[in-house]
Design a protein around this ligand. Sequence first.
Ligand code: CP
Length: 306
Amino acid sequence: MNPNSLVSIDDLSKEQIIELLETARYFEEHPNHKILDGKVVATLFFEPSTRTRLSFETAVNRLGGRVIGFSDASTTSSSKGETLKDTIKMVSNYVDLIIMRHFLEGAARYATEVTEVPVINAGDGANQHPSQTMLDLYSILKTQGTLENLTITMVGDLKYGRTVHSLLMAMKYFNPTFRFVACDELKMPREYVEFCKKQGIAFEEHSDFSREVIDSSDIIYMTRVQRERFSDIMEYEKVKDLYTLHNAMLDTSKENLRILHPLPRVNEISQDVDDNPKAYYFDQARNGLYARQALICRALGITPEK
Ligand code: CP
């Protein structure tokens, strides 16, 4: 495995996370910094994406590198039966870095085992989404001025939501208090609850998205119920609209509260929240560009001269 690969947020130490956040801040101030001259990056998306793929590709372009890849695997030889192993080996012949999203949990780890080229996991099934976590951390830091001692409420699909799994793990360095708001069917998986216990992270589990929970939060992290992870569509229909954030629910919330969402949203944040200054999800997505510029440089072993 190339040591610069990033499969799980747990691959990064606290110091590495902080350094990446400082580099992201640098790129926010200097987004066009041509330090990838001669580098070619592959974006292999076996699952749909808007933000992750386009922000990674924008990041490469703004850094002066080149991008190859696909956003629809049905146009590639995987539709003829080529294995993931062979696909990764072939692409490794052409590029300096592979950025991959795949529907199978563990696919990114597997990819790192069959190539010497660094791999960045852009989401593997319901498992991990570490580049999203870097932009989430950057967004939290920018809006709160710190990552330490914050109360973070995660709402919605905590079972399949890879973004909440990655964020929860990264926050172990910063003494958070978590509230997990979900119905029984979509509760935070036991392994992450056990992770919190082992790390001494304070958490509460709620089925009600109550005023009390909202009013004591510094961050509310809304998530979409992921239809694509359900094998039974009736099960999805039962739970898809259980939690919707409306503007009126924020009337007595803390001044510093910010609403995050990895996006795309469906019904879980009402459009009347969009103009509330506490809504931060569109800015959060823009931060993805800077966080991903930092991750690409790390993966390629390039340090921008600051
Ligand atoms: N947040 C996120 O992963 O969005 P996309 O699925 O559009 O990439």
